[in-house]
Design a binder for this molecule. Structure first.
Ligand code: FAD
Ligand code: 2HG
Ligand code: ZN
Length: 473
């Protein structure tokens, strides 16, 4: 099916033998090598990608990663780095019999400079655990996503994760300072890239090459990045909006009137709300049904000031008739309810049936047009056509479901959808990456010369091509 356009196994790779398993046990101890019941590590979050795999390794430190990669490189064994396995494009699991290298046990070292706001930690830390550690120091991680309870900071770097606060704090490019990475070469070379300080223009910004590298250049074992002061006051409001054009007007107003305290601007359409209700029994906090729900958040340091701004913003939205209704969260429990709606959207669609997921960037003038075009094109073949996403970043998550996998629907969707996106000035992946899911379309909108440059870079980092093969590069 579409989600498994399997590349043929590369015959240059060796197969894992008993002698290899013994070597891995020698590096890691028996407890660091999993041979049976590996399905959890060979199936992705969507359940659409499953690889047979061979063995799962759990190194505890950079030195052990280095020993594994040196061994695999010498013995031509292909390897898939795996973080929290929450990626949505089938990049974190094997396609054939690749060795899975899990980072989940590399999660001990943590240090934080609470004056400069610089964090250095092991790559296997779960995002939420990291954020909780920073909370006690008055700081927070500058991004947030629904998968925070499982995804790891190393995986976030490898996917250049976006999430719900990018509108305020910028992408991970703005925060990454340094990385420790292990190369898949015959020495398992350990590189300390960038630095642990805020400003350093003495070289190319090599750590940034790993943002969005999808585990294909090296294995990240440690991350240095900036954290941001934890806001003392956070307000959330959910707004009912009748048209997408009005959502854009509300965004414009939020940017100008909430300006420095605006920290999130997300949206869900009516079809998403219906999916949340039907599949998860989650109900809108708004009394008035509407075509669109917008979730606005402010974060600041002075509650009176921020409340006054949010109040004035909501009044202006109402008086200009940009919104039908608006609910301001009166407590953190109210806010949690609103955010639960947005964060549960991926789960709600996954319960709807077979899901065709899309994660595209578009200019706002074409943002919702894509949903309308696809709704009309799919007709009765689709069960639900739902869109939610980071509208403030021009990133839409159009999810199309059917009772079960349908070749007829698939043929209607592709390549039409991705060609439409590129023809309208968008990108076929705003945040989730290429992985296996979008591999057949990865050349769309990219200059061949850029793709060649990327291949040359890959060859420098991974001369034997053993790291996460059959994916983006
Ligand atoms: P994995 O899924 O394990 O791996 C992803 C890729 O990174 C793979 O190619 C893997 O090989 C590589 N990798 C992982 N760790 C390392 C490492 N240490 N060194 C080298 N390569 C590595 N994404 C967003 O951008 N924004 C969102 O808002 C968002 N929300 C989500 C909500 C839900 C409910 C779910 C299920 C997913 C969501 N995602 C989102 C996608 C996913 O959570 C992110 O891509 C996340 O950053 C992946 O982290 P991970 O640790 O799970 O990585
Ligand atoms: C989100 O923003 C994630 O919720 C997942 O990026 C998007 O489910 C999706 O398509
Ligand atoms: Zn997203």
């Amino acid at each position: 099916c579409y989600a498994a356009v399997l590349a043929e196994r590369n015959k240059n790779f060796a197969k894992v033998m008993e002698s290899d398993v013994l070597a891995f046990e020698n590096f890691l101890g028996k407890e660091g090598v999993l041979k049976d019941d590996i399905t959890l590590n060979t199936t992705d979050w969507t359940g659409q990608f499953k690889g047979p795999g061979s063995v799962v390794l759990f190194p505890k430190n950079t030195e052990q990663v280095s020993a594994i990669l040196a061994y695999c490189s010498k013995n031509k064994l292909a390897v898939v780095p795996q973080g929290g396995n929450t990626g949505l494009v089938g990049a974190s699991i094997p396609v054939h019999d690749e060795v899975v290298l899990s980072l989940s046990k590399i999660n001990n070292s943590f240090s934080f400079d609470d004056t400069m706001g610089i964090l250095k930690c092991d790559a296997g830390f779960i995002l939420e655990d990291l954020d909780n550690k920073l909370a006690s120091l008055g700081y927070m991680v500058p991004f947030d996503l629904g998968a925070k309870g499982s995804c790891q900071i190393g995986g976030n770097i490898a996917t250049c994760a976006g999430g719900i606060r990018l509108i305020r704090y910028g992408s991970l490019h703005a925060h990454l300072l340094g990385l420790t990475v292990v190369l898949p070469d015959e020495h398992g070379t350990v590189l300390h890239l960038g630095s642990d300080i805020r400003k350093d223009n003495t070289s190319l910004h090599t750590p940034h090459l790993f943002l969005g590298s999808e585990g294909q250049l090296g294995v990240i074992t440690s991350v240095t990045m900036t954290a941001v002061p934890r806001p003392k006051s956070v307000q959330s409001a959910m707004l009912a909006v009748t048209s997408f054009e009005k959502c854009c007007e509300v965004l414009k107003l939020a940017k100008s009137s909430l300006s420095e305290v605006l920290s999130s601007f997300e949206f869900l359409d009516e079809a998403t709300m219906k999916c949340l209700k039907t599949n998860l029994d989650l109900h809108s906090v708004l009394g008035t049904p509407s075509a669109f729900c917008v979730l606005v958040e402010t974060s600041g340091s002075n509650e009176d000031h921020d409340m006054a701004k949010m109040g004035a913003f909501l009044d202006e939205c109402l008086s200009k008739e940009l919104i039908l209704d608006g609910v301001l969260a009166g407590s953190s429990a109210d806010a949690t309810k609103m955010w639960q709606l947005r964060e549960s959207a991926p789960l709600a669609v996954s319960r709807d049936g077979y899901v065709y997921k899309h994660d595209v960037s578009l200019p706002l003038k074409n943002y919702y047009e894509l949903t309308n075009v696809m709704r009309e094109r799919c007709g009765d073949l689709a069960k639900s056509v739902v869109t939610y996403g980071h509208v403030g970043d021009g990133n839409t998550h159009l999810n199309i479901t059917s009772e079960k996998h349908s070749e007829a629907l698939e043929n209607l969707l592709y390549p039409f959808l991705y060609e439409w996106v590129v023809a309208h000035g968008g990108s076929i992946s705003a945040e989730h990456g290429i992985g296996q899911l979008k591999l057949p379309y990865s050349e769309l909108g990219k200059q061949p010369e850029e793709r060649l440059l990327v291949k040359k870079l890959k060859n420098i980092f991974d001369p034997n091509g053993i790291l996460n093969p059959y994916k983006m590069i």
